[in-house]
Write a protein that binds this ligand. Structure first.
Ligand code: COA
Length: 723
């Protein structure tokens, strides 16, 4: 009946089937082209003599929503462009809902965003038992824009709609059924037969599909007092959960509230108005940009993985401290057998205790059964001997952060490994090329830098030394992804990507403290700006001993920017015996209240030691600039020096490795939102503050050309083989 590139409309015995099948893509999305073809298929459907329509997918999943790749250009083009982008499918869904026969959406595996909105515009929805459905738009900083805030409350009730839309959650098919979002859940191979049977019953008049349409077009049936209370309490809860940097969940609530008492057509107008409001925000651009940047990272990791000559079947970890124990635990959790080797039983006990603690917390939270935990722990083979390492495909060295010790251990371990094994170091700062000088097979050696706590931090930096082979990089990436981590390949330098940039940020912090600014004030400003914790708190969590040691390494490598004539604030606190959180005292004092909950209070000794003046002369914007500028500059240098392969990977590494605030979309995307030229102007006011604040050539060039990091990246995607 209709044949497009994506959509095919056929009919048999009076029942039509509209199939989505996007050529060359693993999933279906509502791209401009798909929307336009949908509208042409509706032209045909409206004229046809039919008894029913089922909408199906030719892929192994139904529909993943709007095409996120189209967002950035549309969101930046103003209210009219946003409305123009949304309107064709709003109309399509209205036309679908008004067809003169029953309609059913056949959901296999996945219906997200516009995929579920399409299904909600159908009279019935059937899904397979393993399907997941949801409206994740608020996670992208927007709200559903094709009738989700209008139809979901009318189909499933206010509470379900508020919960699903504000959280953006993906619900299982069983929950869809319970909440009446789905009408039936059946085995995958029965989906289409079941849909046809349903349409046949509608055609025979045994089921009243028109009643369902009535429910979707009318105002919600709500008692005014009750609904007022429901909205007010939801507002408080959603506002609290989302936090002040994420406006979309509250905008979704406002759209639902405003539309609740109106007809569906008026409610749709309210939805559009709220959609435009949020789509224009930097948060929407940042969060949809993050999805795309994340896809760049995943795609590169997939490409590396495909090249790996050996898949990791067994891991070995040498050094059973907090990091070693954490890596072993992660391996056990992901079903990968692991040998955990240390030189003394105390070390082994510490590593196993760490693993049991992490898994135990999962059991407490109901994420794992006690039996599952016991099974996972059996995957860890603890040993004091080298011999079991012989069966591991990849070995991670995780002993003390000292170049001499690491070299000796690595050489000893290498001698025990089969010739085909990959050896890696979990060093956080020491050059991989330098460590490789101790080895006979430097080409089979690389860095595998995990972040603390291993189970919670998504990033692993795979560090390529001067002699590391492509196959070693590929096998390391394969291993990191088998451990459930996001792998980013970087070239070698002191601190690699993440710590090199982090220590530039700490250098900015130290410079502020040198000027007498109160660290509690800096922490408060940076947390308000969106960081999960301020720099002083972060240094305490890292450990002042570890941080001081790393500072020395970084200062040696980059003396001009990170070297200091005077001991740094971190060094002064450490030399005064303060270790940070693990020792109970650092910039802050760490205690527990009567109920055992951790408490953090200012350490007055630290205040005195650093001569912090409580009243800061600097305003918040200046503190943010003085903290962020060294970080931005150093990140530019890592791009200039080819340490990291693309703007997207640089930004994702900061988010996954440092917890940089996601709503800012990454460090460089944040600079884009300020405007590179404006950022450079802001920096020029700080020229007296030294080399940390001198804009890098990359920034100056972009500013001169009126360009931005992402416009440049999109025009010349980085695909170089080195990463
Ligand atoms: N828009 C554009 N592209 C999308 C997309 C979307 N909504 N959803 C998925 N894709 C693309 C991915 O970019 C990837 O492209 P690639 O093959 O060129 O790398 C491909 O589809 C497969 O996605 P991927 O994430 O690698 O597969 P997965 O099986 O791990 O996950 C999804 C599939 C659909 C669960 C996941 O991609 C997802 O969550 N997508 C976003 C869904 C969403 O938020 N929809 C609402 C939009 S308003």
């Amino acid at each position: 009946m209709f044949q497009g590139d994506i959509l095919t409309l056929t009919s048999r015995d009076g029942f039509a089937q509209l199939e989505f099948d996007t050529p060359g893509s693993p999933v279906n999305v509502f791209s401009r082209k798909a929307i336009e073809e949908f509208s042409r298929a509706l032209d045909v459907l409206e004229q046809a003599e039919l008894s029913g329509l089922m909408i199906v997918s030719g892929k192994d999943s139904f529909l993943a929503g709007a095409d996120i790749n189209e967002f950035s250009a549309v969101f930046s083009s103003g209210a009219d462009a946003i409305a123009e982008h949304l309107t064709p499918n709003i109309k399509n869904f209205e036309r679908l809902q008004a067809l003169p026969f029953a309609t059913v959406a056949v959901i296999n595996k996945l219906a997200l965003g516009g995929g579920l909105e399409l299904a909600l515009a159908c009279d019935y929805r059937i899904a397979d038992t393993a399907a997941r459905i949801g409206l994740p738009e608020t996670r992208l900083g927007i709200i559903p824009g094709w009738g989700g805030t209008v139809r979901l409350p009318r189909v499933a009730g206010l509470d379900t709609a508020l919960e699903w839309i504000a959280s953006g959650k993906e619900a299982k098919a069983s929950e869809g059924l319970k909440t009446h979002v789905l009408d039936a859940v059946v085995e995958l191979d029965q989906l289409r037969d079941c849909a046809l049977a349903l349409l046949q019953r509608c055609a025979l008049g045994e089921m009243d599909y028109e009643l369902r349409r009535l429910q979707k077009t009318q105002p919600l049936k709500l008692n005014q007092v009750e609904s007022g209370l429901a909205f007010e309490s939801a507002k408080a809860l959603i506002g609290h959960q989302a936090g002040r940097h994420y406006p979309a969940p509250l905008a979704a609530l406002a759209a639902i509230r405003e539309g609740a008492t109106k007809s569906a057509a008026e409610a749709a107008r309210a939805e559009l108005a709220y959609f435009i409001e949020v789509a224009k925000t930097d948060t929407a651009k940042a969060l949809s940009g993050l999805f795309i940047a994340d896809q760049v990272v995943s795609k590169k990791a997939r490409a590396w993985k495909a090249q790996a000559s050996v898949k990791t079947a067994k891991l070995a970890v040498v050094g059973a401290g907090i990091m070693g124990g954490g890596i072993a635990c992660q391996s056990a959790l992901k079903g990968l057998p692991v040998v955990l080797k240390d030189i003394n039983q105390q070390g082994i006990d510490l590593g196993l205790k760490e693993a049991a603690k992490v898994l135990g917390r999962r059991v407490d939270k109901g994420k794992m059964s006690a039996a599952g935990m016991a099974e996972a722990l059996t995957r860890i083979q603890a040993t004091l001997n080298y011999q079991p390492l012989g069966s591991a495909d990849v070995t991670v060295e995780a002993v003390v952060e000292n170049s001499g010790v690491k070299k000796a251990v690595l050489a000893e371990v290498e001698a025990q490994l089969p010739e085909t094994a990959v050896l890696s170091s979990n060093t956080s700062t020491i050059s991989i090329t330098e460590l490789a000088t101790a080895l006979k097979r430097p080409e089979q050696f690389c860095g595998l830098h995990f972040f603390n706590p291993v189970h919670a931090m998504p990033l692993v930096e795979v560090i390529r030394g001067a002699k590391t082979s492509d196959d070693t990089v590929a096998r390391a990436v394969e291993c990191a992804t088998a451990l459930g981590k996001k792998a980013i390949v970087v070239n070698d330098c002191a601190g690699f990507l993440v710590n090199r940039v982090l220590f530039a940020y700490f250098a900015g912090f130290a410079a502020l403290l040198d000027d007498g600014v109160d660290f509690t004030h800096i922490d408060a400003v940076m947390v308000r700006w969106g960081w999960p914790m301020g720099p002083a708190h972060l240094l305490d969590v890292v450990g002042l001993d570890t941080a001081e040691h790393a500072e020395v390494t970084m200062a040696e490598a980059f003396p001009e920017r990170m070297g200091r004539a005077q001991p740094s604030p971190t060094a002064r606190l450490y030399k005064a015996g303060l270790l940070g959180q693990k020792g109970g005292k650092g910039f802050y004092c760490y205690t527990k209240d009567k109920r055992g909950r951790p408490q953090k209070t200012v350490n007055e000794d630290a205040m005195q030691l650093l001569h912090a003046t409580s009243a800061s002369q600097l305003d918040d914007d200046m503190i943010v600039l003085r903290m962020m500028a060294p970080l931005v500059n150093e990140l530019c240098r890592t791009l200039q020096d080819d340490i990291v392969g693309s703007v997207s990977e640089a930004d994702m590494a900061m988010i996954y490795g440092l917890g940089f605030p996601a709503h800012r979309g990454g460090v460089l995307r944040w600079v884009d939102s300020v405007g590179v030229r404006q950022f450079c102007e802001n920096l020029s006011a700080l020229s007296q503050c030294g080399p940390l604040y001198q804009a890098e050539p990359m920034l100056l060039e972009l500013a001169e050309n009126g360009a931005s990091f992402y416009a440049q990246a999109e025009n010349s995607p980085a695909t170089d083989a080195a990463h």
